[in-house]
Design a protein around this ligand. Structure first.
Ligand SMILES: C=C(OP(=O)(O)O)C(=O)O
Ligand SMILES: [Mg+2]
Length: 573
């Protein structure tokens, strides 16, 4: 039976392939009494062996297709599976208590997890996270259910999932994963952002895909318009093949602008940068003609592994990005963890409102050692390029001052030790909390630059969770409140001779671009795959002409009015 669904268009492009359901299996354990102990021990051993060989393969695949860094977590899991301190007590329990392997495994693991987590020691907490993951894998084998690993996919598929966690997404290989569709999430959820970086077409927030799409069904993902067609007929396939070919054709036209600067029709230059998550993404930035990196989300360096990256590891990653950028501006954002971004080895107390909780700079100012390590790594890498450091989620001036002071302290210490560091590192902030946007004139006196993070600024201004599709109607980039805040920030920075960029997803939106140009935004940072399209659009716009409309745009009352005003403007221009 064919049918169609729709969701939020999250990453451009069209893909046609078989559905691959990524499920989270139920692992319910019951206690049973065992008569044949030898057989139970053999069953346990076989589940461990199967888990090990599975982990070896995933590790190999991940390091081959993605990177050794991402594969490291699986080495840690393999170590746990060879640890007699864990395996011994499980087999002892099966023998002495005559219980089934599932029960012995779960009880023993829970005991270790509880013990390690209660210790005030980061290393032990990381071990607890590893044991939890490994236990899940062995349990799945014992219960005869399978755990799916995206890195093991070796056929062309479209992933269907309720949601993809950041650690699922680090395993996606675009060679096989042609697209993905999720039930939850929005355009700015991290899986959507990653899809754009990997240039995989994606539709998110489609609500019912897990309950309606079967494994192996043929699926069309239209990431341009947010459509999903399941079991399409021949004509529909042909229609989408054509749409796909047109899109590819348009992409190749944009590609001609790769080596051009971004200049408006009336000769004004703006900087078009890219947002990246890992050093591997820089290739795509250069490939798409990026003039800068406007946002390097360093939290991905901390994810998909079992312990904090060391100072040396971080230095290497930052230096790699700076070297590849070859002197072009590179804005590195310090750790923004919390909210929807979790670290398995950093068990933070559960919060009722994690997006309003201890996250990003707040956490860094509480966990100062962790923050200092990152600042030192950035400073050590700074000699390799044009580094700018940016603090996320700044709500008050005091936070900026504290963070900047730690940066200056680490800089002075390194200099004292004779370590060479750059003296021209700009230090700026993300403007993603309304208080900061309102107080931009005050901040502008102390920061070197602003980068407006509209993904969060919109959710905090309209009090509408960026991940919740039930309130997505309120998540409005063109709400006049957002536009007024953006204008306020740009004007405040210019008054102090500073610059303002935008690294939220709004910067790459074709309706937003004319408004932002008219307001005088200096730098636009977006998914690398949007750069050439934006350059093409900007080359046809006149900044002076757009400037003359800003006052009127700022008097409009609703999001719809803004959108239709801009549409009319750009049609006549
Ligand atoms: C760029 C932003 O940061 P993130 O999407 O990582 O929260 C933002 O909030 O706009
Ligand atoms: Mg943000």
């Amino acid at each position: 039976m064919n049918f169609s669904l729709s969701g939020i268009a999250a990453s451009n492009g069209i893909a046609i392939a078989k559905a691959f359901r990524l499920e989270n299996p139920e692992l319910t354990v019951e206690k049973t009494v065992i008569i044949d102990i030898e057989a139970e021990l053999a069953r346990f051993e076989s589940a461990v062996t199967q888990s090990k060989s599975e982990l070896e393969t995933i590790k190999e695949q991940t390091s081959k297709q993605i990177s050794d860094e991402e594969a490291a977590i699986f080495s840690a899991h393999l170590l746990v599976l060879s640890d007699p301190e864990l395996l011994g007590p499980i087999t002892d329990k099966i023998k002495s208590e005559k219980v089934n392997a599932e029960f012995a495994l779960q009880e023993t693991s829970n005991m270790f997890i509880g013990l390690f987590e209660s210790m005030d020691n980061d290393y032990m907490k990381e071990r607890a996270a590893d044991i939890r993951d490994v236990t899940k894998r062995v349990l799945a084998h014992l219960l005869g259910v399978s755990i799916q690993n995206p890195s093991m996919i070796a056929d062309e598929v479209i992933i269907i999932a309720e949601d993809l966690t950041p650690s699922d997404t680090v395993q996606l290989n675009p060679q096989f994963v042609k697209g993905f569709i999720t039930d939850i999430g929005g355009r700015t959820s991290h899986s959507a952002i990653l899809a754009r970086t990997l240039e995989i077409p994606a539709v998110v927030g489609a609500k019912t895909v897990m309950s309606s799409i079967e494994n192996g069904s043929l699926v069309i993902v239209d990431g341009l318009d947010g459509n999903i067609i399941v079991n399409p007929d021949v004509e529909t396939i042909a229609q989408y093949e054509e749409k796909k070919a047109n899109y590819e054709q348009q992409k190749s036209e944009w590609a001609r602008l790769k080596h051009e600067a971004t200049i408006t029709a009336d000769g004004h230059h703006v900087e078009l940068g890219a947002n990246i998550g890992t050093p591997n993404d820089v290739v795509g930035v250069i490939d798409h003609g990026g003039e800068a990196i406007g946002l390097y989300r360093t939290e991905f360096l901390y994810m998909g592994r079992s312990q904090f990256p060391t100072e040396d590891e971080q230095t290497e990653a930052y230096a790699s990005v700076l070297k590849q950028m070859n002197g072009k501006p590179t804005v590195v954002r310090t750790l923004d963890i919390g909210g929807d971004k979790e670290l398995s080895y950093l068990q933070l107390p559960k919060e009722l409102n994690p997006f309003l909780g201890l996250r990003a700079i707040r956490l860094c100012l509480e966990m100062k050692d962790m923050f200092r390590t990152q600042l030192r790594a950035l400073l050590r890498a700074s000699i390799h390029g044009n580094l700018k450091i940016m603090f996320p989620m700044i709500a008050t001036l005091e936070e900026f001052r504290q963070a900047k002071a730690l940066f200056l302290e680490e800089k002075a210490k390194l200099e004292e030790q004779g370590v060479e560091v750059s003296n021209s590192i700009e230090v700026g902030i993300m403007v993603e909390i309304p208080s900061t946007a309102v107080m931009a004139d005050v901040f502008a006196k102390e920061v070197d630059f602003f980068s407006i993070g509209t993904n969060d600024l919109i959710q905090y201004t309209l009090a509408a969770d960026r991940m919740n599709e039930r309130v997505s109607y309120l998540y409005q980039p063109f709400n006049p409140a957002i536009l007024r805040l953006v204008k306020n920030v740009i004007d405040a920075s210019h008054k102090e001779g500073k610059w303002t960029g935008m690294c939220g997803e709004m910067a790459g939106d074709e309706i937003a671009i004319p408004i932002l140009l008219g307001m005088g935004l200096d730098e636009f940072s977006m998914s690398a795959s949007s750069i050439l399209k934006a350059r093409s659009q900007i080359s046809k716009l006149s900044k002076a002409e757009l400037e003359s409309h800003i006052e009127t745009i700022l008097t409009l009352s609703t999001s719809e009015e803004v959108v239709s005003y801009v549409k009319k403007l750009t049609v006549t221009e």
